[in-house]
Ligand binder design. Structure first.
Ligand code: AMP
Ligand code: MG
Length: 349
């Protein structure tokens, strides 16, 4: 039986000690970070890490992000950190940046999926930091969800699918950012390659005077057998069971609305729902579509915070098909669109 600890208001010392004890004993714990919930175990314990892969049904070739609470831990698991990497760390940690570094031998092979590199991050969340600090070991923690499902941004969303597989759940309320960290690596020519976009955007990195580019797979499906830098990109992700279509962003509201109108007139036999901006709700309601508003069109942080929870709920809406309004590909909007294009399995309107 798993237990739930409620740390929403405050971190309870005795329960925190118990979480740390359990981590050290090789148990699996779900806990909040500022991005999404993580499902974590001692990164230096192979058997404990195996339990994460089993609980998620995660393919063995998809490496885990290792979470740390101080720079000493970083130096215990990674080596050869260069000046550009140090600058990124100084500017973005604690925070939603996972940096790929050369791995030391202390980590078992399952954490890194046999790669010579490891993805490391220091989360900006007091509960996560306290758990890592109290356990005194780096914690491997992918997103808390069964593989392929949208990531969990509140405990209620993931409890049922993980309750038989996890020892302790720590509830910290809704996560602030709502989508997973930016995964990046510094290439030989000192350019940052963003493998997975997140809250730390290409604009943020360029503002530091560091060259940066987006990996070519961010908005593209990965073909069978094609090599990718970030193995996670290969796998099916985030998709609801209900067919979901991405409506491309346009700064002109009437262009977005008219596309939906046209689609509805060609598909009169289908019950259609839409995850839409508040400004468009009235128009879609007039068309007889079930509307789930997400936030205002330009409120990218509001959209990011709510998107996974709404994607998870699509299958409960009693509709045949769901349209999701796309956002502008700037700042965290790039990350939102990277998740949406996969959730919609490349169906674009
Ligand atoms: P998740 O923890 O489920 O949010 O996924 C972690 C992401 O980080 C996946 O897309 C992984 O492929 C990526 N990742 C983790 N470690 C590495 C690494 N050493 N090299 C490249 N990508 C990595
Ligand atoms: Mg994930």
């Amino acid at each position: 039986m798993s237990v739930i600890y409620n740390f929403k208001e405050n971190i309870k010392k005795e329960e925190l000690d118990n979480v740390a004890q359990n981590i050290k004993m090789g148990k699996v714990v779900v806990f909040p970070t500022e991005t999404v919930y993580g499902i974590g175990a001692d990164a230096t314990n192979k058997e404990a890490v195996d339990k994460i892969f089993i609980a998620k049904g995660r393919p063995q070739d998809n490496p885990l992000i290792v979470h740390i609470s101080n720079i000493k831990m970083l130096n215990s698991i990674a080596e050869d950190v260069n000046d550009i990497e140090k600058k990124l760390i100084e500017n973005f940690w604690p925070g939603p940046m996972t940096i790929i570094l050369k791995s030391k031998d202390i980590l078992p092979k399952n954490v890194t999926a046999g790669l010579k590199t490891v993805g490391i991050r220091m989360p900006d969340n007091d509960i996560a930091l306290s758990i890592i600090e109290s356990a005194g070991v780096p914690i491997a923690a992918p997103s808390a969800n069964v593989s392929g499902r949208p990531s969990g941004t509140k405990l209620e969303d993931v409890y049922d699918e993980l309750k038989d597989k996890v020892d302790i759940f720590v509830d910290g309320g809704s996560t602030n950012i709502g989508i997973e960290s930016t995964v990046l690596k510094v290439e030989e020519d000192n350019t940052v390659r963003i493998l997975r976009p997140g809250k730390i955007s290409i604009e943020d990195i360029l503002n530091l005077g560091i060259n940066a580019k987006l990996d070519e797979h961010i908005f593209k499906d990965v073909k069978e057998g094609e090599k990718v830098e970030s193995p996670g990109m290969k796998h099916r992700h985030y998709a609801p069971k209900t067919k979901t279509i991405l409506l491309e962003y346009n700064s002109d509201d009437s262009i977005m609305i008219n596309k939906v109108k046209e689609y509805i007139s060609e598909n009169t036999n289908k019950k259609v729902g839409i995850i839409c901006f508040e400004e468009h709700e009235n128009e879609y309601q007039k068309m007889g579509i079930k509307c789930i508003t997400i936030a205002k069109k330009n409120n990218l942080m509001g959209i990011s915070k709510n998107i996974f929870s709404l994607l998870r709920n699509i299958d409960n809406l009693d509709i045949d098909l769901c349209i999701v309004e796309g956002v502008e590909k700037k700042l965290i909007g790039t990350a939102i669109m990277n998740r949406l294009i996969r959730a919609c399995e490349y169906n674009i309107l």
